[in-house]
Design a protein around this ligand. Structure first.
Ligand code: FRU
Length: 478
């Protein structure tokens, strides 16, 4: 370990130890958050030697972002987590301005991590066409905790020349004894695309082709490719799409294309993963049971002019979504909280719909899991209000979430078209809420900041069967 790495390691441990986030009112109970400072994309998600590994973009020294490291959590059951410390430091000439996003490939003996090293050359550059070097790097581990030396596997000088300097976020997978990689990029005409590479040995990578539809944003970040129920999908986080009333409501998006037989994608087939305010850069992986799980960043880059996070005052910012299991139905991907999360449920309250309005008090600090099923909308509008801080409304085939000024911290409304509402599940944490409609056909993920300790939960406008559980907090060990 170099002296630089040792100094960084020591300093991070000191600030993590001194940060008393346990006191914070908005500290989360069932969402992974940074030990201190800033968190963004989930990285290197995998199941390896009996444990789930969740790495994440981590800026421990600055609650507003800045120099990126990889933080690391592990879990045996997706419910309780152990913080393993910092896995990757920006300590080499290839990544001295940030260890950027990437993925894991878990083989029987070794765990491989692939990521982007960010280097910004000092000088008068635009950092789009010039001034940035982003090589693809690789490290290996035999225990999933300690990693070997960084190795440059694709030099920034070797990327195809149609691209600007914006190429990053490798996702690697294995198919028929060969390895493949997708990288996200920005073409010189300001067009988002993925680059596809192939390898036989994980060391030498051959550029194969570019995948891009008609113009669809200027940059694609954090690509992912996977097969689910025999269908192929390409997931990307595009930037530069124009806002519409029911689509692309945030500054940046993330969603997926079904991949056609010839490997191409069509921009008209793009479907957003999540309709809430805070969701970006998701990544998927399979575990030992063969399930495909997704975790997203519950945050949004460059949104601070519109909305903020009140946790900045507590010394931390952002979190990850809960792990969601994916499945395909009618060509669409449905997302639903991994079954294991039901283990967080404590006492159950049955919500009785006889009166057509059901009210119950919930403790904000506890967090809750609300499941409303067999919904028959009887009035014009079906609503779930969380003490006036958040309102879910379903009216005229439009689902909408809205926030009070204080709770939203700048977040107002987000909408989605849904032809029928059959069921809704709300996972509410102290400052994060995830809503799953129709078994996960549509999802809204959003941070929110209630200014009360308990909320009057009110469901009205229809017949339904409801169950409410308050939740225990997941255990974090260090
Ligand atoms: C997405 C992203 C990635 C990059 C990382 C840097 O949020 O911009 O493209 O690798 O964050 O933290």
């Amino acid at each position: 370990m170099s002296t630089l790495t040792k100094v960084l390691e020591r300093n991070i441990k000191v600030i993590e130890k001194n940060a008393d986030l346990t006191e914070g009112r908005f500290r989360l109970g069932h969402h992974l958050m940074p030990p201190v400072g800033w968190l963004n994309d989930p990285n290197g998600l995998c199941w390896y030697k009996g444990r789930y590994h969740v790495f994440f973009q981590y800026a421990p020294f600055d609650v507003e972002g800045g120099l990126k490291f990889w933080g690391h959590y592990t879990s045996e059951d997706l419910v309780d987590w152990k913080y393993e410390g910092t896995a990757l430091y920006p300590d080499s000439p290839y990544d001295c301005h940030g260890v950027y996003s990437g993925s894991a490939l878990a083989e029987s003996e070794k765990l491989h991590l692939f990521f982007t090293g960010n280097v910004k050359i000092d000088g008068d550059y635009d950092y789009i066409n010039e001034g940035r070097e982003t090589s693809t790097l690789h490290v290996e581990s035999e225990d999933g905790i300690h990693f070997g030396d960084k190795e440059e596997i694709i030099s920034f000088e070797k990327y195809p020349e149609e691209f600007t300097c914006h190429i990053r976020d490798p996702k690697v997978w294995k198919e028929n004894d060969r390895y493949f990689m997708v990288l996200g990029g920005r073409l010189k005409g300001d067009k988002g695309a993925v680059l596809v590479y192939e390898s036989e040995n994980l060391k030498e990578w051959k550029f194969k082709h570019i995948t891009t539809p008609e113009a669809f944003g200027y940059m694609w970040e954090c690509p992912d490719y996977f097969e689910l129920d025999g269908k192929k999908f390409l997931s990307v986080s595009p930037q530069g799409l124009k806002r519409e009333e029911f689509r692309f409501q945030n500054i940046y998006q993330s969603g997926y294309f079904p991949v056609k037989e010839d490997g191409s994608v069509d921009e008209r087939d793009f479907r957003e993963w999540d309709m809430g305010f805070d969701f970006y850069a998701p990544q998927t992986f399979t575990d030992n049971s063969g399930r495909r799980l997704l975790i997203g960043w519950m945050g949004m880059p460059d949104a601070e002019e519109e909305y903020t996070n009140k946790t900045i005052d507590e010394g931390w910012q952002h979190c990850l979504t809960v792990p969601r299991e994916l499945r395909v139905k009618d060509g669409k991907i449905f997302q639903y909280p991994a079954k294991e999360l039901e283990r967080l449920r404590k006492e159950k309250t049955i919500l009785d719909d006889e009166k057509s309005i059901v009210e119950v008090r919930v403790e904000v600090n506890e967090g809750f899991d609300l499941l409303i099923e067999d919904i028959a909308v009887t009035d014009r509008s079906f609503q779930i209000s969380m003490g006036g801080q958040m309102l879910f409304k379903y009216e005229n085939e439009i689902a909408e979430i809205g926030f009070s000024e204080i709770a939203g911290a700048g977040r107002n409304k987000r909408k989605a078209k849904v032809s029928e509402l059959n069921n809704i599940r709300i996972l509410a944490d102290t400052s994060a809420v995830e809503l799953y409609l129709n078994d996960g056909e549509i999802v809204f993920s959003t941070r929110y900041y209630p200014d009360r300790e308990d909320l009057q939960l009110k469901v009205k406008g229809g017949k339904f069967m409801g169950n409410l559980w308050n939740l225990r907090k997941m255990i974090f060990t260090k």
